[in-house]
Write a protein that binds this ligand. Structure first.
Ligand code: HEC
Length: 184
């Protein structure tokens, strides 16, 4: 936009100042929104949104927020099959009552046999198939109803092991996973 005359120039200057001011203002506002969203999102992972700022940001695109993946995430990572862990796991397999429902012979009981489970392909009731890696086995123990093995029912294992509160005993879970992996 070029304007040779002074009065028009002044008007153009004013317009530019307004435009640039608007851009900077908009940029700052956007930055604040993004920051508020990031903070709100981080808080939202631990607490229900309480402040108006959080409430506003949590109403933003739900697709950008991973919902229940927190419970589905593996917490232990890869579990080594050491002699000590396997021995401890074998002990727990009996003392925690796993043996009452899970055989080590391949024969199904109230639950599937744990023999040969590790790294095998497991069919779930929803028709999906998953590989029984460390994360799967861990979740099968700490959150049994997250994925239900085909041919079995939800609720049976959780009811039986609820009092063990295994989700809060990562060392026990690690030992059980190591033991199950040793039965490959
Ligand atoms: C009252 C019976 C019962 C007890 C006790 C029990 N479970 Fe289970 N378990 C089940 C049933 C039923 C399933 C299949 C349904 C499902 O996928 O949750 C299952 C599934 C599993 C699976 C997935 C098996 C597969 O083939 O994918 C693992 C691993 C497992 N249990 C480990 C354990 C461990 C370790 C313990 C002991 C701490 C235990 N369970 C105690 C009944 C039981």
């Amino acid at each position: 936009m070029t304007a040779p005359e002074a009065p028009t120039h002044a008007t153009t200057d004013g317009l530019w100042r307004w435009l640039v001011g608007g851009l900077i203002g908009g940029g700052i506002l956007l930055g604040l929104l993004v920051a508020a969203y990031a903070i709100g999102y981080d808080r939202g992972r631990h607490h229900a949104p309480t402040t108006p700022a959080n409430a506003a940001t949590s109403a933003r695109p739900a697709t950008a927020v991973p919902t229940s993946s927190a419970t589905a995430q593996a917490t232990l990572g890869a579990v080594p099959v050491t002699a000590a862990l396997v021995a401890r796991g074998q002990q727990l397999y009996t003392s925690d009552g796993c043996s009452g429902c899970h055989s080590l012979t391949g024969a199904p009981g109230a639950g599937p046999s744990l023999e040969g489970l590790a790294t095998s392909t497991v069919k779930l009731v929803d028709g999906q198939t998953v590989t029984a890696d460390d994360a799967y086995i861990e979740r099968a123990i700490t959150d049994p109803d997250a994925q239900i093995v085909d041919g079995y029912r939800a609720g049976i294992m959780p009811a039986a092991i609820a009092s063990l509160a295994l989700a809060g005993k990562p060392d026990d879970v690690r030992a059980l996973v190591a033991f199950i992996k040793s039965r490959k």
